[in-house]
Design a protein around this ligand. Structure first.
Ligand code: NDP
Length: 309
């Protein structure tokens, strides 16, 4: 059976950065890319807020380059996913989706989180063409334009107030007649003049043409169907951290985010570390994920040395 000193699961900025650091530390990690090589970032187009790229960078090129950088330092990067893993004892036993078995002295979980979408075909059609699940990433492209945010939680309110600073008008589409968000967030929304809340509304369809989103068709609870004109449609109805595979052993919070120990990447299982969005419900940025991937690799290095592995 194959053995490795470090198995990295996930290929977003967290996974690749941990592979770069682990590779440079001569750990020769094996990294499984998962079903979405490059991670969530590849669902956007241009990344303008990753330091080092004055003119911005295509998200796919950025992730591809991170992968190449990791390979240069000896990371063994593989297509496919880890189908099952037993974290009850060390070395940890993992099986990939082709049935290959691996014994790993340490594991970095960097499986990310998946933004929730409404499930409309039109929403998928315009993904990256006006439909986005990250206002911080994409809001800048909608300066002085009209946009809508779907959701009534803290994320929706936070993203709407952020967008209100850039856009001409921001609609918040809320399916009930109340916000789920905290009072403080609600107040921020109420005090922002260019935000309009559309209560009791569900999106029936995202409207658009060959250039992208042009509007949304909404159904209000009283049966009224109406269209709004917008250039951007932002989802803020929650994220699902991809931690299900590990839940039997790894402690998570009530929303499924992996709990790490203080400022480290250590989980409750010795030798298992977590990095990126799977353990971060708050920041969710490529740069913060990359930074936590760095931390995880440094923690792994220390762990391997301390245990003579
Ligand atoms: P939440 O689960 O808190 O809210 C999701 C919102 O989306 C709810 O209003 C929900 O409506 C709505 N929603 C869900 N599914 C649909 C759907 N199919 N159609 C329309 N609307 C839908 O997620 P958040 O991402 O907002 O927050 C996650 C956690 O992170 C929370 O604990 C939050 O407090 C925290 N957070 C804190 C922040 C801060 O403190 N600065 C900032 C951001 C998040 P309904 O209410 O009807 O269920």
């Amino acid at each position: 059976m194959e053995t490795t000193r470090c198995l990295i699961i996930g290929s977003g900025p967290a996974g690749y950065t941990s592979a770069i650091y682990a590779g440079r530390a001569d750990i020769s990690p094996i990294l499984y890319e998962g079903m979405e090589p490059g991670g969530q970032l590849t669902t956007t187009t241009v990344v303008e807020n990753f330091p080092g790229f004055a003119e911005g960078v295509d998200a796919n090129i950025l992730m591809d380059t991170m992968g190449k950088q990791a390979k240069r330092f000896g990371a063994d990067i593989r297509r496919g996913k880890i189908a099952s893993i037993d974290l009850s004892s060390r070395p940890f036993h993992a099986v990939d989706d082709r049935g290959n078995e691996i014994l790993a002295q340490s594991v970095i979980i960097a499986t990310g989180a998946t933004a929730k979408y409404l499930g409309l075909p039109s929403e998928q059609k315009f993904r990256g063409l006006g439909v986005s699940a990250c206002a911080t990433c994409d809001g800048f492209f909608y300066r002085k334009k009209d946009v809508a945010v779907v959701g009534g939680g803290d994320t929706a309110c936070e993203e709407a107030t952020y967008l209100a600073g850039l856009c001409r008008k921001v609609y918040i589409i809320v399916r009930r007649d109340v916000f789920r968000a905290s009072k403080a967030m609600q107040e921020r929304v109420n005090n922002t003049p260019n935000i309009e809340v559309l209560w009791n509304c569900n999106t029936q369809e995202v409207l658009g043409d060959e250039n992208g989103v042009t509007g949304a068709r909404l159904l209000r609870k009283d049966g009224k169907v109406f269209d709004i004109k917008i250039d951007g449609f932002f989802l803020a109805i929650g994220h699902h951290p991809n931690s299900d595979l590990f839940k039997e052993w790894i402690d998570t919070d009530e929303n499924g985010y992996i709990i790490t120990d203080g400022k480290t990447s250590k989980t409750n299982v010795e030798g298992v570390f977590a990095a990126g969005d799977v353990q971060d419900p708050h920041y969710r940025q490529a740069i913060t994920a990359a930074a936590s991937g760095c931390r995880a690799a440094l923690d792994v290095e220390k762990f391997l040395i301390a245990n003579n592995l």
